[in-house]
Write a protein that binds this ligand. Sequence first.
Ligand SMILES: CC(C)(COP(=O)(O)OP(=O)(O)OC[C@H]1O[C@@H](n2cnc3c(N)ncnc32)[C@H](O)[C@@H]1OP(=O)(O)O)[C@@H](O)C(=O)NCCC(=O)NCCS
Length: 158
Amino acid sequence: MTGPLPPKPMRASRISISQLMHPEHANLLGNVHGGWIMKLVDEAGALACMRHSQRRVVTVAIDSMVFRNPIKIGDLVILNAEVTYTGRTSLEAQVEVQAENPITGERTHTNTAYLVYVALDDNGKPTSVPPLQAETEEEKRKMQQAEERQARRLTQRK
Ligand SMILES: CC(C)(COP(=O)(O)OP(=O)(O)OC[C@H]1O[C@@H](n2cnc3c(N)ncnc32)[C@H](O)[C@@H]1OP(=O)(O)O)[C@@H](O)C(=O)NCCC(=O)NCCS
């Protein structure tokens, strides 16, 4: 038997990924296809959760995503992900999406998404994850809000 896992600070799993948007990422209107952004959001959230848990993770829930501004072909998409909640085997990641015009440097916040993952052991079964540790007031607030979101998801699931 092993004891409880030691807590890990929120900053330890923070991750940022960037990708240049090419014509192959376009929708019929010539902007970036929303499904492509959803894939990148899922990957960024999973990476933050893998960093935190040091396990493979699967996506179990994605909250609604609202795209507030179109992303253009030629823009650099920047995804900032961090773990905001841990349960026993589940983790929530917040993923913030920005689009940058690499010529002007102008950045637009396009959306923020929340996703829940479950960590899996080597046999593909849910396994426990280290508790999340907030080090700042801002992180405490984020963790509190994430707990409320997870409670709502579990109520809706019933
Ligand atoms: C994720 C999976 C392994 C969970 O297995 P399970 O036997 O249902 O496990 P549980 O019911 O114990 O749930 C595991 C954790 O997920 C959480 N969870 C389950 N459903 C959830 C939901 N709808 N929203 C938020 N959290 C959820 C549970 O609260 C639990 O968290 P905890 O351990 O921190 O308390 C299983 O549902 C699965 O394999 N789903 C498919 C995942 C996948 O393939 N994703 C890619 C989509 S193609």
